[in-house]
Design a protein around this ligand. Structure first.
Ligand code: ATP
Ligand code: ZN
Length: 505
């Protein structure tokens, strides 16, 4: 076993043979590891607003843990000081909470293996740098960016795969000192063991084999002292006891490097699942750098969390049921074996489909929350929601209905005016006379207007709908009728009569 910062960490079964541990301890650890509930994590970098690609990774990670009675960990990979921003860190907390992807270990919650912001873990990383250097498994590299670029170019022209040429792999300590004295800040490179095969079984992509020859010695500490992704990400997964790493396939080729590092340090290795990336409408993967549509933008438009979760859960994972599933069912029916290999495309019309279902299922209170309007009383708002909720998908739709039905008289475009003219002013006068007799409901009203005017079918219902609601689409007329009440119906029919009589062609 290995003692790190006072915490005992189980030795990874796969690599335990390389360490001096007795068989008994080894078996015990292996059994303990396999019977532990799954612990998965989401480890974003706070370098932009989270997009649907990031969040689908977060969702599947959370589902994986919760499906297997484990817990979901959040770690913020804020090592890139130039691109990381506090505002993005706070935004990602907010986004995950808003979606219902609450972590059980991580920032704000704590846990035994914190801190959970990589920018606060420098001392921990230093111990492992020291260990690798002491074992001769890491060395300082003084090559300039320019020199590395030239070397890469030369390799490519001679048809070789580009990898670090090993320029600084065997510098004497005098040489190292001489360069340090010149003020050159070196990076630290991991010495990739020669002639090794790195194998792992990816939970999505199956057996993976890499040859260490194809992987040049790679940077684990940048010249500014910050850890490279390969390093801090792998170390933290191991220290934090992560059992399952679900991440985008952009990380697949990082995995052999990370496994080599963990083996060199005798740290446990998680299982990996590399999920296909979500592509945007331009065919490229969604990415923060490319300014992909953020969750915030969707939230501002009024998408509901459960709609987004259902949309994401079906991007690259097959659920047998195609109805709107609550989070508990998304968890219950999640199966890592059902993750697909093909890239999934984000189709906005699919998301809208889930939004429609989500709005159908939402309580009135959700829709009432969309109507932030001082001029509409609570009672009116409730009546409005009852009348139009089946015709509303977003807050903007509801606000448009409030405008149409609760504020002043409708305005008609040229087509609307033409339709009112075609119905004729007499039609609306007759409707007003019917209104005087206080009909019971819209059905009785429309029937009586039909009898009096002789209009039937479309010729009866279209002008009535347009005159009363201002538009040719919308909820069933009896709802609008009830919502408006007799006084507003009268004002609208009078208004329509005037337009029918006086609007110009
Ligand atoms: N288009 C995508 N589809 C699915 N998962 C993605 C996509 N883009 C990123 N991810 C995953 O999201 C997680 C967080 O990644 P990260 O914070 O680096 O986001 P990013 O969008 O790739 O950012 P950047 O554009 O800065 O590289 C990783 O597991 C990554 O694989
Ligand atoms: Zn070098």
């Amino acid at each position: 076993m290995k003692v790190i910062g006072g915490t005992i960490i189980a030795v990874g079964c796969r690599f335990a043979k390389s360490l001096l541990v007795t068989d008994a301890v080894l078996r015990l650890n292996c059994r303990a590891m396999s019977s532990l509930p799954a612990k998965s994590r989401f480890a974003p970098s706070p370098t932009g607003w989270l997009h649907l690609g990031n969040l689908r990774t977060a969702l599947f990670s959370a589902l994986m843990a919760w499906r297997h009675g484990g817990h979901f960990l959040l770690r913020v990979e804020d090592t890139d000081a130039e691109r990381s921003e506090q505002a993005f860190t706070e935004a990602l907390y907010e986004d995950l909470h808003w979606l219902g992807l609450d972590w059980q270990e991580g920032p704000g919650i704590g846990g035994a293996q914190g801190p959970y912001l990589q920018s606060e873990r420098a001392e921990i990383y230093q111990r492992f740098y020291d260990e690798l250097e002491a074992k001769g498994l890491a060395y300082p590299c003084f090559c300039s960016a320019q020199a590395l670029k030239l070397s890469r170019k030369a390799q490519l022209t001679s048809g070789q795969p580009p990898r670090y040429a090993g320029t600084c792999a065997h510098l004497s300590s005098d040489e190292v000192q001489r360069r340090r004295d010149q003020g050159i800040e070196p990076t630290l490179r991991f010495r990739v063991p020669p002639g090794k095969e790195v194998r792992f079984t990816d939970l999505v992509r199956g057996e993976q084999v890499y040859r260490s020859e194809d992987i040049g010695d790679f940077v684990i500490r940048r010249s500014d002292g910050t850890p490279a992704f390969f390093f801090s990400n792998a170390i933290d997964d191991a220290l934090m006891g992560v059992t399952h790493v679900l991440r985008g396939e952009d990380h697949l080729t990082n995995t052999p490097r990370q496994l080599m590092l963990l083996e060199a340090l005798g740290l446990p290795t998680p299982s990996y699942a590399h999920i296909s990336l979500i592509l945007g409408s331009d065919g490229g993967p969604l990415s923060k750098r490319a300014g992909a549509l953020s969750l915030r933008a969707l939230r501002e438009q009024g998408y509901l969390p459960i709609a987004i979760l259902n949309h994401l859960a079906r991007l690259g994972h097959v659920y047998e049921r195609d109805d709107l599933l609550p989070l508990d069912d998304l968890i219950g029916d999640f199966d890592v074996a059902r993750l697909g290999r093909a890239p999934a495309r984000h189709d906005p019309t699919q998301l809208d489909h889930w939004q429609r279902l989500a709005v159908n299922h939402a309580d009135d209170a959700v829709l009432l929350g969309w109507l932030d309007d001082q001029d509409v009383s609570a009672e009116q708002a409730q009546q409005l929601v009852a009348a139009v909720r089946d015709n509303v998908q977003f807050p903007a739709d509801l606000r448009a209905w409030a405008q149409r039905l609760l504020k002043g008289l409708p305005e008609f475009d040229a087509d609307g005016q033409a339709l009112l003219r075609a119905a004729g002013a007499d039609f609306f006068q007759q409707a007003l006379q019917v209104l005087d007799s206080a009909p019971d409901d819209f059905k009785a009203f429309a029937q009586a207007v039909g009898e009096r005017s002789g209009a039937r079918g479309k010729a009866l219902f279209q002008p009535l709908r347009l005159a009363l609601s201002g538009v040719m689409f919308g909820p069933e007329m009896h709802r609008i009728w009830t919502l408006l009440g007799p006084a507003a119906c009268r004002a609208r029919l009078e208004h329509a009569a005037v337009i029918a009589a006086f609007s110009s062609q």
